[in-house]
Design a protein around this ligand. Structure first.
Ligand code: ADP
Length: 430
């Protein structure tokens, strides 16, 4: 046997001493014993290594040995592999239950070291046990189905409880973040207010550009406080969006002008990023009803992301058109792109793709990170206006730069939908 390829035995057993004993006994006979300590691992190993025989302890945690056996039998290539229950359970009917679940035999534990190798050889040689009487077989089958459903129900209940617990913990975390943000906002407003007051005082020497002067330091404090205030604001916005309580001050809004003012804001920040902005069809967009400040915020988040994830020399193309009573805005960049599996997750709160250990906070620098709230807030605002936002990209590639295109849709109220087209109403044509 030594020269031949060693036969593989998969032993599903969560008790280390039983595993060691079987490994020793069968190892001495030239078998290769692979131990799996739970059912899910056993299923994974079985499909991968194609064992010659599987020894199954019935009383394992999670899926029990019966269930693992039934599942193994449904795997292509496992239908004919002998599965032998090796178990200490000695209740009446255990053998029958094991056979009904799909086992070919039953060896009680503790194993008899002397006869064990012969028993294994017999199963490898084709021995198959069966429940003899058809009536008994039917009864055990029914009993087994009931057990399976019972176990499934128990697992579903456990999952529901775990889910409820996770939800509760998540709520506590969110409540804490919101509360902490509220607490931060008040002192921040005070710091920001007094800093602005000091900056307006002509007695403060220097200028905000003159490094090292008192006015320069005050300028930096004001800038940092403003940024901090925005972060706190984003967190509070998310809590309003989550609770469906985003207050919108509705008024007529020209989206094209909003986009232009966002672009102006970004370019005025003096980013020196050497990016080209292209605009298409923005002038002709019809009026919508919305909260212009909130919409500005949403567009800012999307367009500033296009800036952040596009290397110098790139282009950001923003286009608008009306299609089927909907305004369709696209923000297309020539940046690093986003992998398909991430394209929905980036709208989740606190979700950032960049390595957080290399995090640097910036609103416009290449790959300058944020809190991972920008797109969550943008989606919340857009959806509160009855709109939709999603992204398309071939994938992420920092060399080839496939780019990303964010699509934003806003529905038009019925009477505005044909705004762009000459009226066909005979009364108006008079
Ligand atoms: P942050 O405020 O951290 O930028 P966002 O919610 O705005 O968070 O974006 C989440 C993640 O989505 C970012 O960390 C980034 O990896 C990815 N992302 C957003 N916009 C783009 C884009 N235009 N190109 C490539 N990746 C992007």
């Amino acid at each position: 046997m030594k020269q031949k390829e060693r036969l593989r035995v998969l032993y599903v057993e969560d008790d280390p001493s039983s595993a060691t004993l079987v490994e020793r006994v069968l190892g001495a006979e030239g078998y290769e014993v692979i131990v799996a300590t739970d059912g899910v691992t056993a299923l994974e190993i079985a499909s991968r290594v194609q064992p010659a025989i599987i020894l199954m302890d019935i009383n394992i945690g999670g899926m029990d040995g019966y269930e693992v056996t039934t599942r193994l039998r449904s795997i292509e290539g496992m239908r004919r592999v002998p599965i032998v229950a090796v178990t200490a359970a000695t209740l009446r009917g255990d053998r029958e239950r094991a056979l009904i679940a799909g086992c070919d035999g039953y060896i009680p534990k503790p194993i008899n070291v002397d006869s064990f190798p012969d028993q294994i050889r017999a199963f490898l040689g084709g021995l198959r046990e069966e429940v003899e009487s058809p009536e008994e077989k039917a009864r055990y089958l029914e009993d087994y189905s009931r057990r399976l459903v019972g176990h499934l129900e128990e697992k579903i209940r456990e999952l529901q409880e775990a889910h409820a617990e996770l939800y509760r913990i998540d709520r506590i975390k969110t409540d804490f973040i919101v509360l902490a943000s509220h607490e931060l906002r008040t002192p921040l407003t005070v710091i920001y207010g007094y800093t602005r007051l000091l900056l307006s005082n002509p007695g403060i020497p220097g200028s905000v550009e003159e490094e090292g002067s008192p006015r320069f330091f005050l300028g930096k404090i004001a800038e940092a406080t403003k940024r901090l205030n925005q972060v706190v604001g984003d967190i509070l916005d998310i809590s309003f969006i989550d609770a469906n309580k985003l207050d919108l001050a509705m008024e007529p809004v020209l989206l094209g002008s909003l986009v232009k003012s966002v672009i102006r804001n970004i370019t005025e920040m003096g980013t020196e990023r050497k990016l080209t902005f292209e605009e298409e069809g923005l002038e002709n967009l019809p009026l919508i009803t919305g909260d212009s400040q909130r919409l500005h915020q949403a567009l800012w988040n999307v367009i500033s992301n296009a800036v952040k994830y596009t290397p110098d020399g790139g282009t950001i193309h923003i286009a608008g058109q009306v299609m089927e009573r909907t305004i369709h805005l696209t923000v297309q960049d020539t940046g690093i792109g986003i992998d398909p599996e991430e394209q929905e997750r980036i709208f989740d709160r606190f979700y950032v793709l960049e390595d957080t250990t290399l995090h640097r906070s910036s609103k416009t620098a290449f790959k300058g990170g944020g809190l991972g709230l920008g797109l969550t807030v943008a989606r919340g605002i857009i959806e509160a206006h009855g709109g939709r936002i999603w992204v398309e990209s071939k994938g992420r590639d920092e060399e080839q730069l496939p780019g990303s295109t964010f699509h934003i849709l806003f529905p038009l109220p019925e009477e505005n939908a044909d705004h762009q087209h000459p009226s066909t109403d005979p009364l108006e044509q008079g």
